[in-house]
Ligand binder design. Sequence first.
Ligand code: IMP
Ligand code: MG
Length: 186
Amino acid sequence: MTKSYRKYLKEILIDPETLQVRIAELGEELSRVYAESDNLLLICILKGGVMFLTDLTRHIDVPHEIDFMAASSYGKGIRSASGNVRIEMDTTAQIEGRDVLIVEDIIDSGYTLNFVMQTIKARSPKSLRLCTLLDKASRREVAIESDYVGFRIENKFVFGYGLDLDEKFRNLPFVGVVDEDALKSD
Ligand code: IMP
Ligand code: MG
């Protein structure tokens, strides 16, 4: 892999300003939804959700805590709806009786989030909702709907703004489409 992301960028799908405007809108919406909540907890799914979480939290004016969970999936072709996803790092905050909002970068097949939601649900939160920055609905293999969606996108592999290309380029301020040909020529 070369040092510059430019080689792998086919096009910018969502530019920095569009991202920030939409995230501010989501933050305002969530501030209304949780206006009466006195125990709101945002759980960011690492690593991809981290940029989104840090920007989103600054637009939520209801007092809240943040926490983190890391999940990984493997054996892509042979996954079952609950299996083959693993919690690599768990939350530390109390979940029982709280208003919990899961903050994720992208829902693709849905396996990861389905597992995460089931895991959190089993800990008896007062309410449990999901907010994803990106939704690739056409790729869904398990039925999971996000309560709040930043952008619905087509079935293209994207990177930047938290999403990685081989673990890199999460720091880019935009969401870009990967040039598959450039990857093949590496
Ligand atoms: P799912 O279990 O198939 O929904 O996969 C969700 C996870 O796959 C996300 O949390 C991302 O880490 C990763 N992922 C899915 N699509 C993309 C993409 O286009 N770019 C980068 N990562 C992706
Ligand atoms: Mg992720």
